[in-house]
Design a protein around this ligand. Structure first.
Ligand SMILES: Cc1ncc(C[n+]2csc(CCOP(=O)(O)OP(=O)(O)O)c2C)c(N)n1
Ligand SMILES: [Mg+2]
Length: 561
């Protein structure tokens, strides 16, 4: 609140900066270390989502950053609040997502005595965050918050951490707000684009890989038009399937975990690779096996907004330092060759993708997660958003769901369990009119499942699908491959997840047979409540293509041979 002489508390100035820079939401768990900020929330136009654990709050902020390209905002208390928030920061780091985490800090006059819950955030988050600072002088709030928005979004986006000492937040001052930040585009040079055109004109079978962040709906549409004009096959990299319409005639598939072997063969056989936006990290590069390091055999074009990523792992034949949004716009100026030699290859690549994703494979047990994914792809309204966490249950999503639009599928490329529920809650807060589904595993769900209470508190009708196989299945899979028959710490005894939903004030249903899924989903929708559908998955159904028993037998046979 402004006083008569226009003085505001530092905390009020801070919250006003967030609003001036375009923030509409903040996610938090309160703490006595930032009471003045909580007070500033009281009469300001910022939607606050109070959460149950800082990990969930930080993931929600990361999901906002991922979906909108604007920094997601999270507030937590010092010490345990800050360390609890670290998963969100780590995901933002690995997934190149803009976010700003504010942490209450001990009063300035107590610093360095290891006061109650005191931490040095520069040291704690130094290797996770893109930038860490502490604001000691309230007069620098407009400057430092403006810098935080620029730093989080510029180049390769990432997380920023700002510590707010307690007494500082309550000081009064008169100061003007900073002007709204504008994300800085990095444009490709004309020479870069001419070189790219030449490479493509000389190519025999090029492939484009899209990934990373700094995309938008119009940038994705521009890439789709480019792909069509050049008849260029396009694959999306791990957990970036929303960047290219799965039913576009140029879509070649998802380069993540459990990849279609035909897609891998195509990429290996390509003579030109155009990798746009991503880093081609461990998962899409198939444990750094897909391309030679440091110099790929193919002509390797790497387009990335962060100059420091170019040449970091792969020696690029052509390095283009550009944000995907700017690069996509520049693609409109390229002309395809008079005769496109690879047109039939592209048609074959899309046909391979359709065949790979069309029909669920047979798996043991009454409930086939692949069939559930096919039902969702055929029945969810366009624009529905599916959020997922980490675990083998996702292999069915990535293979069978067919993502159709920008921002309609959010997952952690960082592979952090528990992502789905908080991300879904954040998406439902942002887009109340859209259907939002979270896909979780039984292990995965309980990492941040308590945020279901947040969904209930804010009347957010997310529908959570919990794939319960009674296992930390992914790890059991690796265990059976490497230490067959020696089960260790991978079995779970689970609660009744439908009853859990009801206990929180939501809707719950249990499904044991594929045929019953549609009715359960429709009942969840009809309830209008946050819902959990407990899917009983046979533990043997470990992936769409193999079982635990087969993995064990193969590993035992190998060790004997
Ligand atoms: C926060 C976190 N802790 C641990 C892991 C390691 N991990 C990866 S998948 C997995 C098991 C996932 O189990 P569940 O959610 O039940 O899915 P399932 O693999 O059984 O389908 C574990 C423990 C991780 N990726 N993230
Ligand atoms: Mg499981």
């Amino acid at each position: 609140m402004h006083t008569q002489d226009n003085r505001r508390t530092a905390a009020e100035v801070l919250v006003d900066q967030l609003i001036a820079h375009g923030a509409r939401h903040a996610f938090c768990v309160p703490g006595e270390s930032y009471l003045a900020v909580l007070d500033a929330f009281h009469d300001r136009d910022l939607a606050i989502t109070v959460c149950r654990q800082e990990g969930g709050a930080a993931i929600m902020a990361e999901a906002v950053g991922k979906a909108t390209g604007q920094p997601g905002i999270c507030f937590v208390t010092r010490g345990p609040g800050a360390t609890n928030a670290s998963p969100g920061l780590h995901i933002a780091r690995q997934d190149s997502t803009p976010m700003i985490l504010f942490v209450g800090q001990v009063a300035r006059e107590m610093r360095d005595r290891e006061a109650f819950q005191e931490l040095d955030y520069r040291a704690v988050f130094g290797s996770i965050a893109k930038w860490v600072t502490e604001i000691n002088d309230p007069a620098r709030i407009p400057e430092l918050i403006s810098r935080a928005f620029y730093t989080a979004t510029n180049g390769r986006p990432g997380p920023v951490v700002i510590a707010l000492p307690e007494g500082m937040q309550s000081e009064h001052l008169t100061i003007a707000d900073a002007p709204a930040f504008e994300p800085v585009e990095t444009w490709p040079g004309l020479t870069d684009m001419v070189k790219l055109q030449k490479l493509l004109w000389a190519a025999a079978n090029p492939v484009m890989l899209v990934g990373g962040s700094r995309w938008s709906q119009s940038a994705c549409a521009a890439v789709a038009r480019f792909a069509e004009r050049f008849a260029l096959p396009v694959a999306t990299t791990f957990r970036r399937a929303h960047l290219f319409d799965a039913l576009h005639p140029c879509y070649a598939g998802d380069l993540g975990l459990g990849v279609n072997p035909k897609l891998l063969a195509r990429i290996k056989a390509a003579d030109v690779i155009v990798a746009v936006g991503g880093r081609l990290g461990e998962v899409p590069s198939q444990s750094y096996d897909l391309f030679e390091i440091p110099a790929p055999r193919q002509s390797f074009v790497h387009v990335h907004p962060g100059a420091e990523e170019l040449g970091r792992v792969y020696h690029p034949h052509l390095a283009i330092n550009a944000s995907p949004t700017a690069f996509a716009a520049a693609l409109e100026g390229l002309q395809p060759p008079a005769e496109i030699k690879w047109r039939e290859e592209t048609q074959a690549a899309h046909a391979d993708y359709l065949a790979w994703s069309e029909t669920p494979t047979d798996v043991p047990g009454g409930l086939n997660p692949g069939a559930v994914m096919v039902w969702l792809r055929e029945n969810l309204e366009p624009g529905s958003i599916v959020c997922n966490g980490a675990g083998n249950f996702n292999t069915w999503l990535h293979r069978f769901y067919r993502v159709r639009g920008y921002g309609t599928q959010l997952g952690p490329a960082a592979g952090s369990m528990g992502y789905g529920v908080p991300a879904a809650i954040a998406m439902q807060r942002l887009y109340p009119e859209r259907r939002v589904v979270a896909l979780s595993g039984d292990g995965d769900f309980l990492m941040h499942g308590q945020e279901f209470a947040t969904a209930v508190q804010f009347n957010l009708p997310v529908i959570v699908l919990v794939c319960d196989n009674g296992l930390y299945g992914t790890i059991r899979m690796h265990q059976e491959r490497e230490f067959p028959g020696r089960v260790s710490a991978t079995t779970l005894r689970n609660p009744d997840f439908a009853a859990y939903a009801r206990a929180f004030g939501g809707f719950g249903a249990t499904v044991e047979h594929t045929a019953d899924f549609a009715d359960a989903f429709c009942a969840a929708e009809a309830s209008g409540l946050p819902s959990i559908i407990h899917l009983k998955v046979d533990p043997e159904a470990i992936t769409p293509t193999t079982t635990l028993a087969k993995l064990r037998a193969q590993a035992l046979a190998k060790s004997k041979g």
